[in-house]
Design a protein around this ligand. Structure first.
Ligand code: SAM
Length: 285
């Protein structure tokens, strides 16, 4: 156990209150303050764990304003734990600004790892878990949501999203439009809670299932999209054309990343070709 004052980033349960580590409980008992997203919510957890500690509010609306004061407290020798309402802080939750500030100012930041809905869902989804993309929450507005989903049309890794109950049906509908009703999807709902449900099937099937049972639209959701199997057949000439256009606007590495994401292609090979194209263009110029 550290004796030096630190900022601890403590993971808390996502449903079942027993899903907290011994080290997390010990840390919460020992620190001088707990910075919590919602103090009333976290107070219930502290009562359950038998932890008596002062709670301070740190949420998305005051994080920028309060973080320096918290970092100063650690510099003054006080230890602070950051918790969010559920799971791991900073994962679609506040804390990024605080951690960045603390590290920039040489304050020690210590992880107290535990549960997060993204990894919990992936571990039971049956989808490839060796490579995955976590996208967090989708934009609420239709146009922006479609655009974001479009970006993953040819993504070969498993893509994971967080979703809330009032948007689940709409998101399934937009997914069906963007990826087609046949693409495989897993919905992980109310993980570790009484009504935990893990449902896999084509987007069309999952949509029908959710629409036909209002209970399946309630609670918290993780959506896991199977990666694309067939990347479109794009010729190297077309890739080169895209590279040539993009390289004028951005660094080569970024251009290769975009081409690879849009139409596929090995990034190393694209990079090599981009250098050749650049050489040709420079000679001409
Ligand atoms: N920090 C959390 C984590 O580590 O997973 C995530 C917080 S984010 C504000 C809340 C979202 O996480 C929910 O809308 C849902 O998408 C997902 N989530 C959290 N708990 C969940 C659960 N028990 N079952 C399914 N999804 C959950």
């Amino acid at each position: 156990m550290n004796t030096e004052a630190c900022l601890y980033i403590v993971a808390t349960p996502i449903g079942n209150l027993d899903d907290i580590t011994l080290r997390a409980v010990e840390t919460l008992k020992r620190v001088d303050f707990v910075a919590a997203e919602d103090t009333r919510h976290s107070q219930r957890l502290m009562n359950h764990l038998g932890v008596t500690v002062r709670l301070m509010a740190l949420h998305e609306h005051n994080e920028r304003e309060k973080s320096q004061a918290l970092v100063d407290k650690v510099k003054d020798g006080k230890s602070i734990a950051l918790v969010s309402d559920a799971g791991t802080p900073l994962i679609s939750d506040p804390g990024y600004f605080l951690v960045k500030l603390a590290r920039e100012q040489g304050v020690r930041v210590v992880p107290i790892p535990g549960v997060s809905a993204v990894v919990t869902a992936l571990s039971v989804s049956g989808l490839p878990s060796d490579r995955f993309v976590f996208e967090g929450f989708l934009p609420a507005k239709q146009g922006a949501k479609t655009k974001r989903l479009d970006a993953f049309l040819y993504e070969s890794r498993t893509v994971i999203f967080y979703e809330s109950p009032h948007r689940i049906l709409d998101t399934l509908e937009v997914m069906s439009e963007v990826y087609g009703a046949e693409r495989y999807l897993v919905v992980a709902r109310e993980l570790t809670k009484t009504f935990e449900t893990i449902k896999g099937g084509s987007i069309g099937r999952v949509r029908e299932w959710a629409e036909s049972d209002a209970n399946q639209q309630k609670g918290e959701f993780v959506l896991l999209l199977e990666g694309a199997v067939d990347a479109p057949e794009v010729s190297t000439t077309e890739q080169d054309k895209m590279l040539t256009l993009l390289m004028v606007e951005m660094p080569i590495k970024k251009a290769c990343k975009i081409v690879s994401e849009l139409v596929g292609g090995n990034k190393k090979e694209l990079y090599q070709r981009a250098l050749e194209i650049q050489g040709r263009v420079e000679k001409k110029g």
